[in-house]
Design a protein around this ligand. Structure first.
Ligand SMILES: Nc1ncnc2c1ncn2[C@@H]1O[C@H](COP(=O)(O)OP(=O)(O)OP(=O)(O)O)[C@@H](O)[C@H]1O
Ligand SMILES: Cc1ncc(CO)c(N)n1
Length: 266
């Protein structure tokens, strides 16, 4: 017996709901073998981010080299990158080892407002990492920063953002609608030719810590198994919708979602 391998390159969330922890839980649920490169430690819980401690470039290089030379990933997910220097190292190694099927979650700000990417690193994300993307999964504020569009509110604006992200080099784009004030929580998937709506009801809960990480990790897991981009994002949408439906009111703030809900309820 063997298993596909997925790699997450992201920050650690001590609260367990987002970052590396959400990614590994999702990989396990989707039956792929998870490996990790940790870019930064966060002291974090449901109430917020209490500290950010980036790893040294030496530690990041060593993790990338160790994993990519031995446990060759079938797909990679990137999350919190923190700095331009870290983005440059990650892009260098992904190119050096010809890694394909890279899912980029362009994490910028945590739900409570704490910055997880230095402002001056947005350019590096755009020029170094985005061109490597098999799939990029921005939420609306991230899509605004990357595309340069001032306010993405309508579905037409979401389509325009997707098109601009293709122009910057991403093969597939999911513009997530979680941050809209609409009745449903639909996302748009674009392969550069066709737009597919990923529908979902908007679930009335404040416990959405780590939804973006979980969604992107699930896409990477499905791609690692050889699924098409469309099938991968559709499974990820069903997975995150189930996880949010059964979100866990843990801690005193924005609680995590239930990564095992899809397994129990589908
Ligand atoms: N209340 C909700 N009900 C249903 N689906 C939701 C809800 N909130 C978010 N989603 C879905 O969850 C997925 C993640 O989207 P979201 O916009 O929350 O990501 P994000 O802001 O990047 O998350 P994070 O804060 O973890 O970075 C998307 O598919 C989105 O539509
Ligand atoms: C480590 C980490 N990555 C990503 C997010 C975004 O949800 C977070 N809150 N923490």
């Amino acid at each position: 017996m063997t298993k596909p391998i997925a790699l997450t390159i992201a920050g650690s969330d001590s609260g367990g709901g987002a970052g590396i922890q959400a990614d590994l839980k999702t990989f396990q649920e989707r039956d792929v073998f998870g490996t990790t490169v940790i870019t930064a430690l966060t002291a974090q819980n449901t109430e917020g981010v209490h500290g950010v401690f980036p790893e040294s470039l030496q530690a990041i290089d060593a993790q990338l080299e160790a994993v990519l030379t031995d446990l060759r990933p079938d797909a990679v997910k990137t999350g919190m990158m923190f700095s331009a220097e870290i983005i440059e190292r990650v892009a260098f190694y992904l190119k050096k080892y010809h890694v394909e099927r890279i899912v980029i979650d362009p994490v910028m700000i945590a739900k409570g407002g704490a910055p997880l990417l230095q402002q001056e690193a947005a350019d590096a994300l755009k020029t170094e990492l985005l061109p490597l993307a098999h799939t990029i999964t921005p939420n609306l504020p991230e899509a605004e920063v990357i595309s340069g569009l001032s306010s993405i509110q309508s579905e037409d604006a979401m389509k325009e953002a997707a098109s601009l992200l293709h122009d910057l080099g991403a093969a597939h784009v999911v513009v997530k609608g979680g941050h809209r004030e609409t009745e449903d929580a639909r996302d748009l998937f674009s392969d550069g030719r066709e737009i597919t709506v990923l529908p979902s009801p908007r679930i009335a809960t404040k416990h959405t810590h780590g939804t973006g990480c979980t969604f992107a990790a699930c896409i990477a897991a499905e791609l690692a198994k050889g699924e098409t981009a469309l099938a991968a994002v559709q499974t990820a949408k069903a997975f995150i919708t189930s996880a949010i439906t059964h979100a866990l009111p843990l801690g005193g703030g924005i609680g995590p979602t239930d990564h095992s809900a899809y397994r129990y309820n589908s």
